[in-house]
Ligand binder design. Structure first.
Ligand code: UN1
Length: 508
């Protein structure tokens, strides 16, 4: 296959050549095709998607059920090799994948580079975990005259339901984990990110994953509902909103038959605390990154910044000045800091939230620079708004909106209590030069990923395993050593080696 440069790949979007359709046993199913619009310019269709109806979901589920035992029986090293080939293909096809991330989901060029890197890392990391843990049983110590071993095996068929905000990284991460653990996969990408997922599935197949083992079901919540209701599935991996995770949980709970695992990675109302020993320039840099990178459309993003009151004014002055320099514009331009938000609905919700805070007299800082180019897209200027504290935020606002509150140092523990009381537990940031305080506060905060004196986004696969507690997710963490266990079942084999006649030959 020819490798296309980024410029040509971006131009392909204008020609509407990108397609997504239900891919069942390697065959694209026809159906009503819907145009997919560029969030940076809603007049521009960048491709077309056919959504999977309940019939397509049922056909794919039957194919997956039949294919699952063969994939489970494929040695872990063979499964791992396919994922390593996939990682190589992602790198070879970097430009065209980046173009899809940019034009389909409005990701900036740096964010699109990070997408590819994270997708590659997930494939390689889970391949390595499969080789380490799934290749052979682990012998357990026990009494003499007895042999005990434990092994990890695939569960069967996994439904992987992924979000639009990491159209390649999380899509590939879920799929790679399920495949590495020995499962057949029914992949349902978010309705706003089907074109990127469709290309990823083609590459998985080119890497050697059998078409019956990985099938694509583009669609919306109805497609997802049809999928989680299928009797053929043995588990669900979901990343997205808390409300959608709870809905899936209810559907699974109402089913007859075995109790199925749900791996849920959901949202957060993530906080950062900065005391007045923090370095203001470092703090402002990290706040800009954490709150506004990816237009704030990360579950890890900073939403609630607590500043010690005796240095809040100078920090807010610096922050407002820096925010005014952020360039909001076409994500394909290198100088753009903030691209569009995903769609009209997202834009409207964010704008309504900010308008409501303004209406209640909250002070709004910083505007960003909205260029003329933004008139036809779903662009939102970054803002920071002063509020009383995290208790004023009813839900996660998924956009470039930072909330700020001031605290006195004797209120520090109360601030931590209110962060914990919000019920989420994804990321947390602490900026201080008092080492003992950093550790003490980090210890008290219920959050899966805690960061000291740096930004609180961009967890690196295998280095910072990522995932939350409470309303933020079920764990164990993606990109961590135990993630594949959620996609697997454990089997123990016990042999009486002292039995009359001897069973030692069973151990051969
Ligand atoms: C998400 O936004 O859905 O650390 C999760 C980070 C990313 C977040 C991914 N791993 O910023």
């Amino acid at each position: 296959e020819t490798v296309v440069p980024l410029g040509r790949a971006l131009a392909t979007a204008a020609a509407r050549r990108w397609q997504a359709a239900p891919l069942i046993d390697g065959r694209a199913e026809p159906g009503i095709s819907r145009p997919v619009f560029d969030p940076a310019d809603r007049r521009r269709a960048v491709g077309e998607a056919v959504w999977a109806d309940p019939g397509a979901v049922a056909r794919a589920a039957a194919v997956a059920r039949a294919a699952a035992p063969g994939w489970e029986a494929t040695p872990a090293a063979g499964r791992a090799r396919c994922l390593e080939t996939m990682a190589d293909l992602l790198e070879t096809h970097r430009a065209e994948l980046m173009a899809r991330c940019v034009r389909e989901t409005g990701k900036t060029i740096p964010d699109s580079v990070a997408e590819i890197r994270e997708a590659v890392d997930f494939c390689r990391y889970y391949a390595a975990r499969a080789r380490a843990e799934f290749a052979q049983p682990q012998v357990l110590p026990g009494p003499t005259g007895e042999h005990n071993e434990i092994e990890l095996r695939g569960r069967g068929v996994f439904a992987c339901i992924s979000p639009w905000n990491f159209p390649l990284a999380i899509f590939c991460g879920q799929v790679a984990a399920a495949l590495a653990a020995g499962n057949a996969v029914l992949a349902k990408p978010a309705e706003q990110a089907t074109l990127t997922a469709a290309r990823a599935v083609e590459l998985f197949h080119a890497a050697g994953i059998p078409p019956a083992v990985l099938q694509l079901l583009p669609g919306d919540a109805q497609t997802g509902a049809a999928l989680v209701a299928r009797p053929e599935i043995d588990g669900v991996a979901f990343t997205g909103s808390v409300a959608a995770a709870q809905a899936i949980h209810r559907v699974l709970a109402a089913r007859e038959g075995p109790i199925l695992p749900l791996i849920a990675e959901t949202g957060g109302i993530n906080a950062m605390i900065a005391d007045s020993s923090a370095l203001p320039e470092q703090l402002v840099t990290d706040v800009l990154d954490s709150a506004f990178r990816s237009a704030g459309q990360r579950c890890s993003a900073l939403r609630m910044l607590y500043l010690q009151q005796d240095f809040a004014d100078p920090v807010l002055d610096l922050l407002a000045g820096a925010m005014d320099e952020l360039v909001v514009g076409d994500p394909a331009w290198l100088e753009t800091d903030i691209g569009p938000v995903i769609d009209a609905d997202a834009q409207q919700q964010i704008e309504a939230h900010v308008a409501a805070l303004r209406h209640c007299g909250h002070q709004v800082l910083g505007q960003g620079r909205l260029g003329a180019v933004t008139a036809n897209g779903h662009f939102v200027a970054p803002v920071a708004v002063e509020v009383g504290g995290i208790q004023d935020l009813e839900r996660e606002i998924f956009g470039p909106v930072l909330h700020v509150a001031r605290f006195r140092v004797d209120e520090l523990d109360r601030v931590v209590d209110s962060i914990n009381a919000a019920g989420y537990g994804l990321t947390f940031g602490m900026h201080t030069r008092i080492d003992s305080r950093a550790r003490r506060i980090a210890d008290r905060v219920h959050a899966g990923n805690r960061y000291v004196n740096r930004n609180q986004i961009g967890a690196v696969v295998g280095v910072q395993p990522f995932g939350g507690e409470g309303l933020s997710g079920t764990g164990p963490k993606a990109g961590g050593p135990r993630y594949l266990h959620r996609f697997a079942t454990e089997r123990v084999l016990t042999i009486n080696t002292a039995a009359v006649g001897g069973n030692a030959s069973l151990l051969a």
